[in-house]
Design a protein around this ligand. Structure first.
Ligand code: FAD
Length: 476
């Protein structure tokens, strides 16, 4: 076994996982002058295109993600943002396939943005290739060592998956960062050194990815078959379909349902009948052939929540970020945004602690926990909103009141902040604070609603008594 050390140069940081969050973390540490090595299990997508076989084709990036990209490199962020498709609201498709209703996300026209996942990952990898960061593909983490309280020089051991009989190779660094996703090996290894609370909960939900092709009618006004600037939702209570636009005119669509719903569908014919009955307009856009092929060939994805505490080792030499620390269900479109925010918060913590990383890892854990708990809870709750509440007249009335207050009550007498804009567009409000504000406003709206109902009831009662009185007198 060989040992490579990077500790004699300026401080060395070893990062595991060149997914979205690991790449941004590598760029962020490098921008601060650290010597960074980034390890990735997959092969290089430049030489092996099949390696980009990642979950979900496109993602919604919103203000927290954009702020973190800009924090690391403003010009890089601008280059990436040229390739996004803004989505100003949800477009709700009814079950007849004939009606669509737009529900705006922002108070003042703010948008979330659809971006191609592998394009984003490739952009970040390209930036890394043009930097001093050492990037090692085909490296599978198998072991962490020297993370006990009194250990100074931690190490990571990898095997090279491109070799048939790879000898384990150990690398020493001053600091280690685990960004190796929901099934993190880094986290598993860390648990040997930390009294880590850890939970992994599968939710009873699967997802299946589908595709709407670009409009091929040469006379069509747009290459998009449905409006590109909305996130399309076909809410059907305990299951739903969504679609986000891609730059080429196509849409990536995802069908979410409890496992029992998909498992009850036993044949392609039943699947087609189910799809036609519930999503008739999407059925036409996707076409029978494509739908059949998806049902027969595409894998069903599982969804889970991961909760971890603390995120760092007692010696302050290793930390977990991104999905490795907080995998969440995708219903708020915040998993990556939150992972990017982890990077910014961590870097700001390093700045505040004058470059003392050990101290920063500890303050990061203390500061971040309540925010990660809050967004994981909100992500879970939002399935109900997307799949069901968006069709309820009560919900829509409350949203109207919520958004009207948000638009006009902005600081002169009091401030009102609806939840969705706080999470997606107000990167200056931590998730936990947003949840706290929402809970307070929710109580106020409940009070107003109860007061309104009581007032209507009293008014009705008064009218009834008056009518009875009149009736009584006229019959005396
Ligand atoms: P990953 O993207 O999982 O990257 C981890 C990397 O580590 C991978 O490249 C992996 O190969 C590597 N790795 C794993 N094990 C090892 C090992 N042993 N050694 C070395 N390397 C290793 N988020 C949003 O913000 N907006 C959305 O709209 C959105 N939509 C989503 C839709 C779906 C259906 C799903 C499932 C998720 C969605 N997310 C969304 C969440 C988002 O995908 C994740 O939060 C994000 O990808 C996390 O990035 P990461 O870098 O932490 O982990």
């Amino acid at each position: 076994e060989t040992v490579e050390s990077s500790t004699n140069r300026h401080q060395g940081v070893g990062i595991v996982g060149a997914g979205l969050v690991g790449c941004l973390a590598a760029l962020a540490f490098a921008a601060k002058g650290y010597s960074v090595t980034l390890f990735e299990l997959r092969s290089d997508p430049k030489t092996d295109p099949s390696s980009n076989n990642l979950r979900s084709i496109n993602l919604a990036v919103s203000s927290r993600g954009i702020r973190a990209l800009k924090y690391v490199d403003e010009e890089m962020a601008d280059r990436i943002l040229e390739h996004i498709t803004p989505m100003k609201g949800r477009m709700i498709h009814d079950v007849t396939g004939t009606k669509q209703e737009s529900q705006l996300y922002g108070l003042f026209g703010e948008c979330i943005n659809s971006v191609d996942r592998s394009f984003l990952n490739d952009c970040l990898l390209d930036e890394i290739r043009h930097s001093d960061i050492k990037l090692l593909f085909n490296h599978k983490l198998i072991k962490l060592a020297h993370l006990e309280e009194d250990s100074e020089i931690p190490s990571m051991t990898f095997i090279d998956t491109s070799l048939p009989h790879s000898e384990p190779k150990t690398f020493e660094f001053d600091y280690l960062v685990g960004a190796d996703g929901a099934f993190s090996q880094f986290r598993y290894q860390m648990q040997k050194f930390v009294r880590m609370n850890f939970s992994q909960n599968y939710v009873d939900m699967q997802y299946l990815e589908l595709y709407i092709p670009p409009n091929d009618d040469p006379k069509a006004e747009s290459k998009f078959a449905i409006d590109a600037n909305h996130l399309h939702i076909w809410p059907r209570h305990n299951f739903m379909l969504i679609a986000l636009a891609n730059k080429d005119g196509s849409f990536t669509s995802t069908f979410f349902s409890p496992w029992s719903v998909i498992e009850a569908i036993k044949s392609t014919e039943e699947w087609l009948a189910f799809f036609k009955a519930n999503f008739p307009d999407a059925y036409k856009l996707m076409g029978e052939e494509r739908l059949s092929s998806v049902f027969e060939n595409h894998p069903r994805g599982a969804l889970m929540q991961v909760d971890v505490y603390p995120y760092h080792t007692p010696n302050g030499r290793a930390i977990l970020i991104g999905d490795a620390a907080h995998s969440m269900v995708p219903f708020y479109g915040q998993g990556m945004n939150c992972g990017f925010e982890d990077v910014r918060v961590l870097m700001e913590s390093i700045d505040k602690n004058n470059g003392d990383i050990t101290k920063s890892f500890k303050t990061y854990t203390d500061a971040r926990k309540k925010d990660l708990n809050a967004i994981c809870k909100l992500a879970m709750d939002n399935f109900n909103e997307m799949s069901s509440k968006v069709t309820s007249p009560w919900f829509l009335l409350r949203k109207k009141i919520d958004y009207t207050l948000g638009r006009y009550a902005n600081g002169v007498f009091f401030t009102w902040l609806p939840l969705y804009p706080m999470i997606s567009f107000r990167d200056d409000i931590p998730y936990s604070k947003a949840l706290e504000i929402e809970e307070r406003q929710h109580r106020i709206l409940n009070g107003v609603q109860a007061g309104g109902i009581a007032a209507i009831a009293i008014f009705g009662l008064v009218k009834l008594v008056q009518a009875w009185d009149k009736f009584g007198r006229s019959h005396l």
